[in-house]
Design a protein around this ligand. Structure first.
Ligand SMILES: Nc1ncnc2c1ncn2[C@@H]1O[C@H](COP(=O)(O)OP(=O)(O)O)[C@@H](O)[C@H]1O
Ligand SMILES: [Mg+2]
Length: 234
């Protein structure tokens, strides 16, 4: 099935042991096709970040498997995981986590330098920054731009390695409503334009409008796997 970029199969995550064990995920299974825009919603403590951490290979499931691009990621050792993560996955967090002593442009290029694939990286980074309307901010230090602009830089950084999947954990959680709206619209238009798959954790489902699928988690379990209208691409 070449068009499946992600398959989560029977994933449990248990933190701690015995009486203090917390069952953060219970038998979670779903799959995602290339180019889909998926939301993961649920109340605080339901297991959204834990699930995103499993998909992002930031932590391993207690039981079950995560397949990315058809590869069983449980077969990778820690070094292989780091390299696989950097090349196949892009991350956007609630706080943009930019490096303050680098410029906007340097922050976007950084994942390519780490991956040692920096040929054309500067040109590609400039193009991405132009797409999100930050052409004029490129050479500023990243602590000199606004919160909304910083999140747009983080979006560019997440895309510079042309990842198979972009993972975002509450990307608008720290933004005012106008910046939040801009961030949502940018992610959606980049998804349509560049075809990257997006999996976004949010507590504000309405903010995102039409998406391909909404996965609702409660107490570590998927309670609803609702397929919504796929918007017509114009
Ligand atoms: N590293 C951890 N150690 C122990 N418990 C954790 C850890 N991370 C999360 N949890 C617990 O797992 C459950 C799910 O947390 P989380 O995935 O952060 O939820 P959400 O992102 O939906 O708010 C919560 O009960 C939380 O307290
Ligand atoms: Mg969370």
């Amino acid at each position: 099935m070449p068009d499946l970029v992600l398959e989560v199969r029977g994933v449990d995550k248990i933190y701690g042991e015995a009486e203090t064990a917390i069952y953060a995920l219970k038998n979670v299974s779903f799959s995602v096709k290339k180019g889909e825009f998926i939301l993961i919603v649920g109340s605080s403590g339901s297991g959204k970040s834990t699930l995103l951490n499993m998909i992002g290979l930031l932590d391993r499931p207690t039981n079950g498997k995560v397949f990315i691009d058809g590869l069983d990621t449980s077969t990778l050792n820690d070094n292989q995981i780091s390299s696989f993560r950097n090349s196949k996955l892009g991350f956007i967090f609630q706080f943009s986590n930019l490096l303050a002593d680098l410029t906007v442009l340097e922050n976007v290029v950084l994942p390519r330098r780490i991956q040692k694939t920096d040929t054309n990286a500067v040109e590609e980074a400039k193009l991405l920054l132009k797409t999100v309307g930050l052409e004029s901010q490129m050479n500023k230090y990243s602590n000199k731009v606004s919160g909304g602009q910083a999140q747009r830089v983080a979006i560019c950084r997440s895309l510079i390695n042309k990842p198979t999947i972009v993972l975002a954990d509450e990307p608008t959680g720290n933004l005012d409503s106008v910046s939040a709206e801009t961030t949502v619209q940018l992610m959606k238009s980049l998804n349509r334009k560049l075809g990257h798959t997006f999996i976004v954790v949010t507590h504000d489902r309405q903010q995102f409008g039409d998406v391909d699928k909404v996965i609702t988690i409660r107490d570590g379990k998927i309670i609803e796997d609702e397929i919504t209208e796929i918007p017509t691409i114009t």
